[in-house]
Ligand binder design. Sequence first.
Ligand SMILES: Nc1ncnc2c1ncn2[C@@H]1O[C@H](COP(=O)(O)OP(=O)(O)OP(=O)(O)O)[C@@H](O)[C@H]1O
Ligand SMILES: [Mg+2]
Length: 251
Amino acid sequence: MNSSYMKLIDNLKYLKLNQIITHLDETIDFMNKNNLSFTDALFKLTDYEIDMKEINMIRSMVKVAAFPHLKEVKDFDFSFQPSINKEQILDFTTLRFIEQKENIVFLGSSGVGKTHLATSIGIAAAKKRTSTYFIKCNDLLLNLKKAKLENRLERRLKHYARYKLLIIDEIGYLPIDEDDAKLFFQLINMRYENKSTIFITNANFKSWGDIFQDPKIANAILDRILHHATVINIVGDSYRLKDHIQKEHKS
Ligand SMILES: Nc1ncnc2c1ncn2[C@@H]1O[C@H](COP(=O)(O)OP(=O)(O)OP(=O)(O)O)[C@@H](O)[C@H]1O
Ligand SMILES: [Mg+2]
């Protein structure tokens, strides 16, 4: 082994260019066999490094987004839920709605696939390096309340307002008091016409007055959410109970 080769390996190690190290021998062989220029070979090697950087970047974007699982559109059985328009969901994964700063609302009873589909869209966004964050409504409100107590509400609100896509799951599943409702309103107001949000709820809009314990604030929230939004109302059976339902039909 010539010493400049070993010195090169040392340099690459120092620079942490591990992909170049991995592909160095094959690229040198390929270069010699095919009369590849130095520029072409270097281009090929740096491409390996960039590909890995992209993969790692996507991995970390997905990790940072805190999805409950990594289920994608391809894992969704659209034939089980005929009220859903597959093309519409696929269109969301192009992220056109984020460009247009529009919202999506998934509305429907338990187990119809709301969290699954919202997560799929979130993963598509994170994969395209769109800053995305998934949070349950109750956790969001707890965090905001804590921040308020610690005199850092403004900073926390700005933090949640910055994500290009925020997914708020399980709205209306747990009680929201008046103070919570105000905090929620503040965040929605900051994101309104500025950033896209996916809202997931099992409660129809008429009952939001009760959920937020104040019809006025509920109206103000809904008004902003729905101004530029597509509502996906899923009417169907729970996928969680799929096997039970099949058994019942058989017996
Ligand atoms: N059509 C489907 N094809 C494949 N898996 C599905 C489908 N619908 C739901 N699931 C799966 O069933 C489970 C429940 O779905 P999901 O969590 O999306 O329900 P949900 O509408 O959010 O219900 P909840 O309101 O109770 O939170 C998940 O594991 C999800 O991946
Ligand atoms: Mg859910």
